[in-house]
Design a protein around this ligand. Structure first.
Ligand code: C5P
Length: 248
């Protein structure tokens, strides 16, 4: 497989650094970042280690800051500006925070990138958490809430696009409908990825890397199949090979 195909595949992958300490996260990053993959820093690692580690990781590869902002527009706008200054490549927020919050985030991202001369990071929406089903939605939003969590997710993806976001995080279950609704350029970042034969863990619905791309995902979030592998570098390289073949 030519190197440029592997590099193109690597640009579509974020390895989830779900670790409690900088030491463990950096150890893993050192093994996989040379392959050209992106890295994902979530709430656990950010809460433990903070922006200094985010800045460090952003210097090693594309960093997806997965903090799922959801607050009043002014607070989210200032947080997005701060994350833009850290040099992250992608960050996310809950689209259910509403139009004013989403538009404040987009405005703050653009203004900060212009001010610093940095490439504006991608801003993507969280639609419906995959841990919620129709009963949960009704318990939170009342009996009139759409009991179909998938339909709700697709509608929120359309709102995300209309309000200026670059894409959404979505389960493989919804990727196809979102791709059809939002067109070819919209980013669809999909977790729940397992190479054939890998341990499923607590994920309920999984797809192989190649199948997720065929379903409409533009980017994949991959955690344990790489981070808990005996040889994370080799596991990641094998996934990139599979992906490069699917993209060819
Ligand atoms: O280890 P695994 O590949 O299951 O990790 C998936 C990553 O994607 C984790 O960081 C998890 O928090 C995240 N994620 C997910 N399902 C969602 C949203 C995010 O698994 N619906």
């Amino acid at each position: 497989m030519p190197d440029e195909r592997i590099s193109a595949a690597a640009k579509r992958v974020f390895i989830a650094l779900d670790f409690p300490s900088a030491q463990e996260a950096l150890k893993l990053a050192e093994k996989v970042a040379p392959l050209g993959v992106g890295l994902k820093m979530g709430l656990e690692l950010f809460t433990s280690e903070g922006p200094a580690l985010a800045r460090d990781l952003a210097g090693r590869g594309d960093l997806f800051l997965d903090l799922k902002y959801h607050d009043i527009p002014a607070t989210v706008g200032r947080s997005v500006a701060a994350a833009t200054r850290l040099g992250v490549a992608v960050m996310n927020l809950h689209t259910s925070g509403g139009e004013a919050m989403v538009r404040a985030a987009v405005e703050a991202r653009d203004a900060t990138a212009q001010e610093t001369g940095a490439t504006p990071p991608g801003l993507i929406g969280v639609t419906v958490l995959t841990s919620l089903d129709g009963d949960d939605l009704r318990a939170v939003w009342g009996d009139s809430a759409d009991p179909n969590a998938s339909a709700h997710a697709v509608r929120l993806a359309e709102r995300s696009q209309a309000w200026g976001l670059d894409g959404v995080v979505a389960s493989a279950k919804e990727a196809e409908a979102i791709r059809a609704a939002c067109g070819p350029e919209f980013l669809i970042v999909t977790p729940g990825i397992r190479p054939a034969g890998a341990d499923v863990g607590d994920q309920k619905r999984v797809l192989t890397p190649a199948a997720a791309i065929r379903t409409g995902a533009s980017h994949l979030v991959i955690g344990r199949p790489v981070t808990r592998a005996d040889d994370p570098h080799a596991a990641c390289a094998a996934i990139l090979n599979e992906l490069a073949e699917a993209l060819a």
